[in-house]
Design a protein around this ligand. Structure first.
Ligand SMILES: C[S@@+](CC[C@H](N)C(=O)[O-])C[C@H]1O[C@@H](n2cnc3c(N)ncnc32)[C@H](O)[C@@H]1O
Length: 260
Protein backbone atom coordinates (compact mmCIF):
# COMPACT_ATOMS: atom_id res chain seq x y z
CA UNK A 1 0.00 0.00 0.00
CA UNK A 2 2.85 2.34 0.84
CA UNK A 3 4.44 1.68 -2.53
CA UNK A 4 1.11 2.38 -4.31
CA UNK A 5 0.68 5.78 -2.64
CA UNK A 6 4.34 6.82 -2.86
CA UNK A 7 5.21 9.97 -4.87
CA UNK A 8 6.88 7.80 -7.52
CA UNK A 9 3.89 5.52 -8.31
CA UNK A 10 0.59 7.10 -7.19
CA UNK A 11 -1.09 3.97 -8.54
CA UNK A 12 -4.79 3.83 -7.52
CA UNK A 13 -5.57 0.33 -8.92
CA UNK A 14 -2.46 -1.03 -7.19
CA UNK A 15 -3.60 0.62 -3.94
CA UNK A 16 -7.09 -0.91 -4.28
CA UNK A 17 -5.66 -4.39 -4.86
CA UNK A 18 -3.31 -4.07 -1.88
CA UNK A 19 -6.18 -2.88 0.33
CA UNK A 20 -8.40 -5.73 -0.87
CA UNK A 21 -5.64 -8.26 -0.09
CA UNK A 22 -5.21 -6.75 3.37
CA UNK A 23 -8.94 -6.87 4.10
CA UNK A 24 -9.25 -10.45 2.80
CA UNK A 25 -6.39 -11.57 5.04
CA UNK A 26 -7.86 -9.76 8.07
CA UNK A 27 -11.30 -11.29 7.47
CA UNK A 28 -9.76 -14.73 7.18
CA UNK A 29 -7.96 -14.22 10.55
CA UNK A 30 -11.26 -13.12 12.15
CA UNK A 31 -13.15 -16.10 10.67
CA UNK A 32 -10.61 -18.76 11.60
CA UNK A 33 -10.45 -17.43 15.19
CA UNK A 34 -6.79 -16.31 15.12
CA UNK A 35 -7.58 -12.75 16.23
CA UNK A 36 -9.86 -13.88 19.06
CA UNK A 37 -7.23 -16.40 20.20
CA UNK A 38 -4.45 -13.78 20.20
CA UNK A 39 -6.62 -11.32 22.14
CA UNK A 40 -7.46 -14.07 24.62
CA UNK A 41 -3.75 -14.64 25.23
CA UNK A 42 -3.02 -10.94 25.74
CA UNK A 43 -3.10 -10.23 29.48
CA UNK A 44 -1.34 -6.91 29.74
CA UNK A 45 -0.84 -3.52 28.09
CA UNK A 46 2.53 -2.74 26.45
CA UNK A 47 5.00 -1.70 29.21
CA UNK A 48 6.03 1.44 27.29
CA UNK A 49 2.41 2.71 27.26
CA UNK A 50 1.99 1.86 30.95
CA UNK A 51 5.18 3.68 31.87
CA UNK A 52 4.22 6.69 29.70
CA UNK A 53 0.83 7.16 31.41
CA UNK A 54 2.12 6.50 34.95
CA UNK A 55 5.08 8.87 34.54
CA UNK A 56 2.69 11.65 33.48
CA UNK A 57 0.54 10.99 36.55
CA UNK A 58 3.53 10.90 38.95
CA UNK A 59 5.21 13.98 37.44
CA UNK A 60 2.06 16.06 37.86
CA UNK A 61 1.20 15.00 41.40
CA UNK A 62 4.05 13.43 43.40
CA UNK A 63 7.23 14.86 41.83
CA UNK A 64 6.51 18.52 42.80
CA UNK A 65 5.98 17.47 46.45
CA UNK A 66 8.39 14.56 46.70
CA UNK A 67 10.10 15.99 49.82
CA UNK A 68 6.87 15.15 51.72
CA UNK A 69 7.90 11.50 51.45
CA UNK A 70 11.17 12.01 53.30
CA UNK A 71 9.43 12.90 56.56
CA UNK A 72 9.63 9.51 58.27
CA UNK A 73 11.47 8.25 61.33
CA UNK A 74 14.67 6.32 60.47
CA UNK A 75 14.53 2.69 61.60
CA UNK A 76 10.71 2.76 61.73
CA UNK A 77 8.23 0.79 59.58
CA UNK A 78 7.59 3.95 57.58
CA UNK A 79 10.94 4.21 55.77
CA UNK A 80 9.91 5.13 52.23
CA UNK A 81 11.08 3.74 48.87
CA UNK A 82 9.51 2.72 45.56
CA UNK A 83 9.72 -0.21 43.16
CA UNK A 84 10.12 1.15 39.62
CA UNK A 85 8.05 0.32 36.51
CA UNK A 86 10.28 -2.37 34.88
CA UNK A 87 10.54 -4.27 38.17
CA UNK A 88 6.75 -4.25 38.65
CA UNK A 89 6.20 -5.41 35.04
CA UNK A 90 8.63 -8.29 35.63
CA UNK A 91 6.78 -9.27 38.83
CA UNK A 92 3.19 -8.98 37.63
CA UNK A 93 3.43 -9.96 33.97
CA UNK A 94 6.33 -12.38 33.76
CA UNK A 95 6.64 -13.97 37.18
CA UNK A 96 3.18 -14.09 38.74
CA UNK A 97 1.43 -13.98 35.32
CA UNK A 98 -1.47 -11.93 36.63
CA UNK A 99 -4.72 -11.74 34.65
CA UNK A 100 -7.55 -9.19 34.68
CA UNK A 101 -9.89 -11.43 36.71
CA UNK A 102 -7.45 -11.50 39.65
CA UNK A 103 -6.94 -9.43 42.81
CA UNK A 104 -3.73 -7.55 43.69
CA UNK A 105 -2.99 -6.00 47.11
CA UNK A 106 -0.07 -3.76 48.11
CA UNK A 107 0.43 -3.77 51.91
CA UNK A 108 2.12 -0.43 52.60
CA UNK A 109 1.24 1.13 49.25
CA UNK A 110 2.98 4.51 49.67
CA UNK A 111 1.80 6.92 46.95
CA UNK A 112 -0.09 4.09 45.21
CA UNK A 113 2.37 3.53 42.34
CA UNK A 114 2.15 -0.26 42.28
CA UNK A 115 -1.61 -0.30 42.85
CA UNK A 116 -2.09 1.96 39.82
CA UNK A 117 0.38 0.01 37.67
CA UNK A 118 -1.36 -3.31 38.42
CA UNK A 119 -4.77 -1.79 37.58
CA UNK A 120 -3.46 -0.31 34.32
CA UNK A 121 -1.03 -2.95 33.09
CA UNK A 122 -3.05 -6.03 34.06
CA UNK A 123 -6.56 -4.59 34.39
CA UNK A 124 -7.07 -6.49 37.65
CA UNK A 125 -8.82 -5.31 40.84
CA UNK A 126 -6.10 -3.50 42.73
CA UNK A 127 -6.05 -2.58 46.44
CA UNK A 128 -3.55 -0.69 48.57
CA UNK A 129 -3.27 0.35 52.21
CA UNK A 130 -0.99 3.05 53.58
CA UNK A 131 -0.69 4.64 57.03
CA UNK A 132 1.60 7.68 56.46
CA UNK A 133 -0.60 10.73 56.00
CA UNK A 134 1.59 12.51 53.44
CA UNK A 135 1.87 9.40 51.29
CA UNK A 136 -1.92 8.85 51.53
CA UNK A 137 -2.59 12.41 50.34
CA UNK A 138 -0.25 11.99 47.38
CA UNK A 139 -1.81 8.61 46.58
CA UNK A 140 -5.24 10.25 46.50
CA UNK A 141 -3.94 12.93 44.13
CA UNK A 142 -2.35 10.26 41.92
CA UNK A 143 -5.56 8.23 41.78
CA UNK A 144 -7.54 11.28 40.63
CA UNK A 145 -4.97 12.19 37.96
CA UNK A 146 -4.73 8.52 36.91
CA UNK A 147 -8.47 8.35 36.17
CA UNK A 148 -8.30 11.53 34.05
CA UNK A 149 -5.16 10.41 32.17
CA UNK A 150 -6.63 6.99 31.38
CA UNK A 151 -9.76 8.67 30.02
CA UNK A 152 -7.64 11.05 27.97
CA UNK A 153 -5.58 8.23 26.42
CA UNK A 154 -8.59 5.95 26.00
CA UNK A 155 -7.24 3.11 28.11
CA UNK A 156 -9.47 1.12 30.46
CA UNK A 157 -8.04 0.17 33.86
CA UNK A 158 -9.01 -2.27 36.58
CA UNK A 159 -10.76 -1.15 39.76
CA UNK A 160 -8.53 0.85 42.13
CA UNK A 161 -9.14 0.98 45.86
CA UNK A 162 -6.80 2.85 48.23
CA UNK A 163 -7.28 2.54 52.00
CA UNK A 164 -5.83 4.79 54.71
CA UNK A 165 -4.62 3.24 57.96
CA UNK A 166 -2.78 0.27 59.41
CA UNK A 167 -3.08 -2.81 57.20
CA UNK A 168 -3.01 -5.02 60.31
CA UNK A 169 -6.38 -3.69 61.43
CA UNK A 170 -8.04 -2.24 58.30
CA UNK A 171 -11.31 -4.17 57.84
CA UNK A 172 -11.37 -3.86 54.03
CA UNK A 173 -7.81 -5.14 53.70
CA UNK A 174 -8.39 -8.06 56.04
CA UNK A 175 -11.50 -9.01 54.05
CA UNK A 176 -9.81 -8.67 50.63
CA UNK A 177 -6.72 -10.63 51.68
CA UNK A 178 -8.82 -13.81 51.49
CA UNK A 179 -9.47 -13.12 47.78
CA UNK A 180 -5.94 -11.99 46.89
CA UNK A 181 -4.00 -13.69 44.10
CA UNK A 182 -0.87 -11.55 44.40
CA UNK A 183 0.28 -9.50 47.41
CA UNK A 184 3.21 -7.08 47.49
CA UNK A 185 4.98 -6.26 50.75
CA UNK A 186 7.91 -3.93 50.19
CA UNK A 187 9.19 -4.88 53.65
CA UNK A 188 12.92 -4.21 53.22
CA UNK A 189 12.86 -1.72 56.11
CA UNK A 190 9.98 -3.19 58.16
CA UNK A 191 10.77 -4.07 61.78
CA UNK A 192 10.83 -7.76 62.72
CA UNK A 193 7.68 -7.16 64.81
CA UNK A 194 5.79 -6.03 61.70
CA UNK A 195 7.16 -8.88 59.56
CA UNK A 196 6.02 -11.36 62.23
CA UNK A 197 2.55 -9.78 62.31
CA UNK A 198 2.38 -10.18 58.53
CA UNK A 199 3.06 -13.91 58.78
CA UNK A 200 -0.02 -14.28 60.99
CA UNK A 201 -2.06 -12.33 58.44
CA UNK A 202 -0.99 -14.82 55.75
CA UNK A 203 -2.59 -17.77 57.58
CA UNK A 204 -5.97 -17.10 55.93
CA UNK A 205 -4.70 -16.54 52.38
CA UNK A 206 -6.03 -18.82 49.71
CA UNK A 207 -3.84 -21.64 48.47
CA UNK A 208 -1.55 -20.58 45.60
CA UNK A 209 -1.62 -16.89 46.55
CA UNK A 210 1.77 -15.28 45.74
CA UNK A 211 3.49 -12.89 48.14
CA UNK A 212 6.23 -10.69 46.72
CA UNK A 213 8.59 -9.36 49.40
CA UNK A 214 11.99 -7.71 49.63
CA UNK A 215 12.84 -9.63 52.81
CA UNK A 216 12.06 -13.33 53.18
CA UNK A 217 9.51 -14.41 55.77
CA UNK A 218 11.33 -17.73 56.12
CA UNK A 219 14.85 -17.30 57.51
CA UNK A 220 17.79 -19.03 55.81
CA UNK A 221 19.36 -19.68 59.21
CA UNK A 222 17.71 -22.99 60.11
CA UNK A 223 18.02 -22.42 63.85
CA UNK A 224 16.02 -19.21 63.51
CA UNK A 225 13.24 -20.68 61.38
CA UNK A 226 9.86 -19.21 62.06
CA UNK A 227 7.81 -22.41 62.11
CA UNK A 228 4.59 -20.75 60.99
CA UNK A 229 6.13 -19.10 57.92
CA UNK A 230 8.02 -22.24 57.01
CA UNK A 231 4.94 -24.42 57.24
CA UNK A 232 2.62 -22.18 55.22
CA UNK A 233 4.95 -20.74 52.53
CA UNK A 234 7.17 -22.05 49.73
CA UNK A 235 9.76 -19.36 49.07
CA UNK A 236 11.77 -18.64 45.88
CA UNK A 237 14.71 -16.24 45.95
CA UNK A 238 15.42 -13.83 43.03
CA UNK A 239 17.67 -10.85 42.23
CA UNK A 240 16.41 -7.56 40.86
CA UNK A 241 18.38 -5.50 38.32
CA UNK A 242 20.29 -2.26 38.75
CA UNK A 243 18.06 0.85 38.83
CA UNK A 244 14.88 -1.11 39.55
CA UNK A 245 14.22 0.49 42.97
CA UNK A 246 14.17 4.15 43.97
CA UNK A 247 16.50 3.85 46.98
CA UNK A 248 19.55 2.26 45.33
CA UNK A 249 21.18 2.01 41.91
CA UNK A 250 22.56 -1.45 42.68
CA UNK A 251 20.87 -4.82 42.25
CA UNK A 252 19.34 -6.68 45.19
CA UNK A 253 17.30 -9.57 46.58
CA UNK A 254 13.59 -10.28 46.52
CA UNK A 255 11.36 -13.25 47.23
CA UNK A 256 8.18 -14.76 45.87
CA UNK A 257 6.40 -16.98 48.40
CA UNK A 258 3.49 -19.23 47.51
CA UNK A 259 0.84 -20.08 50.09
CA UNK A 260 0.77 -23.86 50.54
C1 LIG B 1 8.98 1.01 51.23
S1 LIG B 1 7.40 1.75 51.13
C2 LIG B 1 6.69 0.91 49.74
C3 LIG B 1 5.82 1.70 48.80
C4 LIG B 1 5.25 0.90 47.63
N1 LIG B 1 4.59 -0.29 48.08
C5 LIG B 1 6.35 0.48 46.66
O1 LIG B 1 6.85 -0.64 46.79
O2 LIG B 1 6.70 1.24 45.76
C6 LIG B 1 6.61 0.95 52.50
C7 LIG B 1 5.36 1.66 52.97
O3 LIG B 1 4.70 0.85 53.93
C8 LIG B 1 4.04 1.72 54.83
N2 LIG B 1 3.68 0.97 56.05
C9 LIG B 1 4.49 0.43 56.98
N3 LIG B 1 3.78 -0.19 57.93
C10 LIG B 1 2.48 -0.06 57.60
C11 LIG B 1 1.26 -0.49 58.21
N4 LIG B 1 1.26 -1.21 59.33
N5 LIG B 1 0.09 -0.16 57.60
C12 LIG B 1 0.09 0.56 56.44
N6 LIG B 1 1.21 0.99 55.83
C13 LIG B 1 2.40 0.69 56.39
C14 LIG B 1 5.07 2.80 55.07
O4 LIG B 1 4.49 3.96 55.61
C15 LIG B 1 5.65 2.98 53.65
O5 LIG B 1 5.00 4.01 52.97
Amino acid sequence: MERAISEKYRDVPMFRTALQNYNDKLLELVKNGTIAKNLEELHHLPPSLVSFVLTQVYDRTVAPKVEMLTKYEMGSDNVYGELLHPFITKLLVEQTKMTSDQVFIDLGSGVGNVVLQAALEIGCRSYGCEMMENACNLAEAQEKEFRSRCLLWGVAHGRVHLERGDFRTNAKVLEKLKEADVILVNNKAFTSTLNDALINMFLDLKRGCKIISLKSFVHENKTAINDVANSILDVEHYRYHENWVSWAASEGDYYISTKK
